[in-house]
Design a protein around this ligand. Structure first.
Ligand SMILES: *[C@@H]1O[C@H](CO)[C@@H](O)[C@H](O)[C@H]1NC(C)=O
Ligand SMILES: *[C@@H]1O[C@H](CO)[C@@H](O)[C@H](O)[C@H]1NC(C)=O
Ligand SMILES: *[C@@H]1O[C@H](CO)[C@@H](O)[C@H](O)[C@H]1NC(C)=O
Ligand SMILES: *[C@@H]1O[C@H](CO)[C@@H](O)[C@H](O)[C@H]1NC(C)=O
Ligand SMILES: *[C@@H]1O[C@H](CO)[C@@H](O)[C@H](O)[C@H]1NC(C)=O
Ligand SMILES: *[C@@H]1O[C@H](CO)[C@@H](O)[C@H](O)[C@H]1NC(C)=O
Ligand SMILES: *[C@@H]1O[C@H](CO)[C@@H](O)[C@H](O)[C@H]1NC(C)=O
Ligand SMILES: *[C@@H]1O[C@H](CO)[C@@H](O)[C@H](O)[C@H]1NC(C)=O
Ligand SMILES: *[C@@H]1O[C@H](CO)[C@@H](O)[C@H](O)[C@H]1NC(C)=O
Ligand SMILES: *[C@@H]1O[C@H](CO)[C@@H](O)[C@H](O)[C@H]1NC(C)=O
Ligand SMILES: *[C@@H]1O[C@H](CO)[C@@H](O)[C@H](O)[C@H]1NC(C)=O
Ligand SMILES: *[C@@H]1O[C@H](CO)[C@@H](O)[C@H](O)[C@H]1NC(C)=O
Length: 587
């Protein structure tokens, strides 16, 4: 891991310096939202890459904002974005929720179909503990990745389809004691619906790396309208037999399915002219059991005459079986255009892999390569908690301010449910089976949440709910426990409840509730004979509900002016260790 870290730090020293300060409205992207987490600034700000950053308060209500103590050590990346973060010392999960519809430009409600979401983490010892935490990242009810923060910047990317969902939810979940999740920046870019869509839109794509060969700087927006981050890989070290070559084509048509930016198609690495070694080998290690996939991008750098030919074969793990390469060998890079070659289902041997680029017999020129992307497919996306249940939970959130700051999927991924619900174990579209809303200071009238018809347990005890007990509370087909104790209900117990022989019902401690043999305030099916009614006899004994507690975030928000400093950029996918070596291993 350290090896790759240093390599990455080194490579990213040469990060882009663009002097353009225009605020650009992105044309090719329907959503282009860059959230500076922990920034309390209400004003948006344009960085050196013409990217407009906004504060995160419209998207999250929980967590605490912090400035980092130690400025990032490497210049180039936007240091101000990395100098603030939001940390989540309470709750098992905390979620950003971004309503995509409200973000489309010009009031056009075109639905966003496919997005790239990038989360960035710079610990910067904000808590003075010198202990970068480990925690989980989730999106729209799906597991994303375990993040292990480092002393550098860590980032991770997923591409997925929204399937009519209006929201993009990104959640941070605590997995280990004393490991407080945090986040520094969150970026959302919409992609064309066919981008990286090889397995079907039910599968998310997780990126491991993205490399541009022979460039002198990292390429991203505005060069790349999708704002992918292409790391610059030059010839590595003095012993490299590879050299940079730049295309002499006046223009390069980069229209392939995944639309690489023209800037990465302009430069290549290729074996040196006088080198006797005409092969290139790209090798690395990946500590993952899952197969991984590559996109390789090629564009010819010179206009070839009739006697020149550049043609080479890709060979994965020295296996001459071509079937995982699309289109099949040989590779003949087109001039002025782009060729995108897919390598699917690449497995590793003892965590290692290699891709050979070897000229075919009729080739007069050595191989070249412009760019590589490396990714894995995740498991099928979940549908998310049953939408009927989600809507009914929304009614409760609308009625009770104490519940409003719960975002993200209520049930998924298991076991990271909202603290006040239980769910069944359906891994794709679970139902809500319990509402644990005791002792939250809820006041007033209950909304009609009868649509949540999988509820087994409703606990509303020890609040200040008023008026008559609604009839619908007795109509849930699966309900076994209804606890309304210690509230302020009045009137009588509806027959839907008193007639329900399966229900364990407790409405003691409601001084204005009439409890009689026909309006029984306390039943337990296990004791068969309904116990004598209690609860309305002594109004003096009523214990008033405690003040509002529980889920509201009581941490003070410390206003922090945006700090100016220096920044570093580390590619870090925690699960991979990547060693890149090009050499002429074969003659
Ligand atoms: C933006 O670029 C300018 C000029 O290259 C540099 O002085 C400044 O520090 C950069 N700003 C950030 C936030 O990186
Ligand atoms: C939204 O954009 C699409 C495509 O640009 C266009 O066809 C449509 O008329 C627009 N709708 C509205 C309401 O502006
Ligand atoms: C960390 O230490 C710095 C410098 O000693 C101090 O200014 C800052 O308030 C401390 N932060 C926390 C969260 O303790
Ligand atoms: C979209 O959701 C529907 C059900 O709402 C499901 O049948 C379909 O498989 C989903 N499609 C994708 C691409 O996830
Ligand atoms: C680029 O190539 C695509 C597909 O090959 C083609 O449809 C498009 O017209 C080309 N664009 C230009 C500017 O030549
Ligand atoms: C093609 O180009 C090569 C290299 O520039 C040159 O040596 C060769 O003579 C050219 N052949 C023709 C037929 O023009
Ligand atoms: C990759 O492997 C998966 C499962 O092993 C298989 O379903 C799929 O067809 C393979 N794809 C290619 C392109 O070989
Ligand atoms: C390159 O691949 C093609 C197609 O699979 C094959 O016919 C040819 O023999 C290969 N050439 C070399 C030098 O490996
Ligand atoms: C929610 O669950 C119920 C009961 O299983 C089912 O009838 C309904 O179709 C589900 N709703 C959605 C949107 O899947
Ligand atoms: C219950 O209390 C409300 C006011 O809080 C009152 O309007 C209503 O009439 C009461 N109902 C009964 C049956 O006492
Ligand atoms: C009903 O709830 C009250 C308050 O939570 C509790 O003291 C009492 O024991 C409960 N009664 C039964 C029968 O569960
Ligand atoms: C309960 O709510 C009622 C009105 O909704 C209010 O008058 C009363 O003060 C509240 N009681 C407590 C203990 O908060």
């Amino acid at each position: 891991m350290n090896t790759s870290l240093h390599l990455n730090l080194l490579l990213l020293l040469v990060f882009a310096h663009l002097s353009c300060f225009l605020v650009l409205v992105p044309v090719s992207a329907k959503v282009f939202l860059s959230i500076d987490c922990g920034s309390l600034s209400l004003k948006s700000r344009t960085d050196n890459n013409s990217i407009l950053w906004v504060g995160d308060s419209p998207y999250i209500q929980t967590g605490t904002t912090h400035k980092v103590n130690i400025a990032p050590k490497i210049t180039g990346w936007d240091s101000r974005v990395m100098s603030t973060l939001r940390a989540f010392p309470t709750r098992k999960k905390n979620c950003y929720s971004i309503d995509i519809k409200s973000k489309t430009k010009g009031g056009n409600t075109t639905t966003v179909e496919r997005v790239l979401v990038r989360a960035n983490f710079y610990y910067g010892n904000y808590d003075n503990k010198s202990s970068p935490p480990t925690f989980n990242l989730q999106f729209n009810g799906n597991d994303w990745e375990q993040i292990t923060a480092t002393d550098g910047i860590v980032f991770t990317e997923v591409v997925y389809s929204l399937n009519k969902s209006r929201n993009i939810d990104v959640c941070l979940a605590q997995t280990q004691p004393d490991n407080i999740p945090f986040i520094s920046a969150l970026e959302i870019r919409s992609l064309d619906s066919d981008a990286y869509n090889y397995l079907g839109s039910e599968y998310p794509v997780f990126f491991l790396d993205r490399q541009a060969f022979g460039t002198h700087r990292t390429i991203r927006y505005p060069d790349d309208s999708y704002d992918r981050i292409w790391r610059s890989i030059g010839p590595l070290g003095n012993t490299s037999t590879l050299t940079r070559v730049t295309s002499n084509s006046p223009s390069i048509n980069a229209t392939t399915v995944d639309k690489p930016p023209e800037a990465v198609l302009r430069t290549t690495l290729t074996p040196m002219k006088n080198s006797s070694e005409k092969n290139m080998v790209y090798s690395g290690t990946l500590d993952s059991k899952l197969p991984s996939h590559f996109n390789a991008y090629f564009s010819e750098v010179i206009k070839l005459n009739s006697t020149q030919k550049r043609s080479f074969n890709l060979t994965v793990n020295n296996n001459f079986d071509n079937s995982i390469i699309f289109p099949p060998n040989p590779v003949i890079p087109p001039y002025g255009r782009a060729l995108e070659v897919h390598i699917f289902n690449m497995t590793t041997f003892n965590s290692s892999f290699s891709i050979d680029f070897s000229p075919t017999n009729d080739s007069t020129l050595p191989p070249l390569v412009n760019a590589l992307e490396w990714f894995q497919f995740g498991p099928k996306l979940v549908q998310g908690t049953n939408s009927t249940d989600v809507e009914a939970l929304g009614l409760l959130q609308k009625s009770f301010i104490q519940l409003r700051d719960w975002n993200g999927d209520p049930c998924l991924p298991s076991p990271y449910t909202w603290d006040w619900v239980d769910c069944n174990d359906d891994p794709d579209s679970p139902r809500v089976t319990a509402l644990n809303l005791n002792n939250l200071g809820l006041t007033g009238l209950l909304p009609d949440f009868s649509a949540m018809d999988a509820l087994k347990i409703i606990n509303l005890s020890n609040n200040n709910l008023t008026q008559e007990i609604p009839e619908f509370l007795g109509t849930f087909p699966e309900l076994t426990v209804l606890n309304l104790a210690d509230n302020n209900f009045n009137g009588t117990v509806p027959s839907s409840i008193s007639d329900n022989v399966n229900l364990k019902f407790n409405a003691t401690g409601n001084p204005n509730l009439l409890c009689t043999p026909t309006s029984v305030c306390n039943t337990d099916p296990e004791s068969r004979i309904p116990p004598p009614s209690t609860g309305n006899t002594d109004p003096e004994s009523r214990i008033p509900p405690p003040p509002s507690t529980g889920n509201t975030d009581t941490e003070p928000r410390i206003p922090s002016p945006v700090e100016k400093g220096r920044s570093s950029k580390t590619f870090a996918q925690p699960i991979i260790i990547l060693l890149i070596m090009f050499s002429g291993l074969l003659l």
